[in-house]
Design a binder for this molecule. Sequence first.
Ligand code: NDP
Ligand code: 8X3
Length: 257
Amino acid sequence: MRPLGGMITLITGATSGIGQACAELFADAGSDIIAVGRRTERLESLACSIEQKSGVRVLPITCDVRNRQAVQDALGHLPQKWQPVDILLNNAGLARGLAPIYQGSFDDWDEMVQTNLVGLLNVLRVVLPGMVERQKGTVINISSIAGREVYPNGNVYCATKHAVRALSQAMQLDLCGSGVRVTNIDPGMVETEFSLVRFHGNTERAASVYTGMTPLTGHDVAEVALFCATRPPHVSIHDVLVMPRDQASTTLVHRRT
Ligand code: NDP
Ligand code: 8X3
């Protein structure tokens, strides 16, 4: 019996990076997967490859987490057999730009706040009541080292991740006694599409973020998430900080150049 056999895991941001790695690893552990993201083709090819490899069912859902109505329509009206979600992985998120606060772009700010904070709330508000009603469930929120420290020019991204971390703590209070546990995971640098998105598709600038150091992979973070999700039901891992060995803080990174 695989540790997540018979369970359903809903993952936001499953088309890439940490979310995709979680979808693959949680499926290997036996969980059926609801994979949410905006890029339909990627979701469909991920669903095919996971179903073939892991023998679980995958429900791909194209949805922008910023769109509250779309989230309610899609996730609030899941086919009946998909409704009892056991594990919710709030992972969809992004950084846009890296500029001093007095030069930041309103569009970048809106996108980060609407995705990282409001989008997470949109999903949470739809999925959580069912967990509370069933008196069981695991919620894993992906925050960041940027939710513990701020760094120059990281202003609004850091603020959104501090907010996710605060929400994780608030959820742990509000859900105490409900049977639902909440884990906050704060990764340091992970090589995904994150920097490509942050720098609006500038591949050279994105690659330079990881020059001379060994970042985490999405799989590294997925392994941490899987460990948290597979603890016995009476155990709740509230908080995890997972860093590359080469990174001591947001501002101290050892590079072999
Ligand atoms: P990626 O860019 O590789 O993945 C981001 C995922 O979020 C994609 O699947 C993307 O899917 C999805 N997403 C973005 N916006 C939306 C939206 N509006 N609606 C639905 N899905 C959305 O980056 P990572 O895997 O690195 O990032 C995952 C999480 O990890 C983020 O919350 C990020 O802040 C956090 N994190 C990342 C770190 C890093 O160094 N990479 C470190 C610490 C935390 P699509 O575009 O298809 O919608
Ligand atoms: C992503 C890590 O340090 O680039 O959350 O903000 S960092």
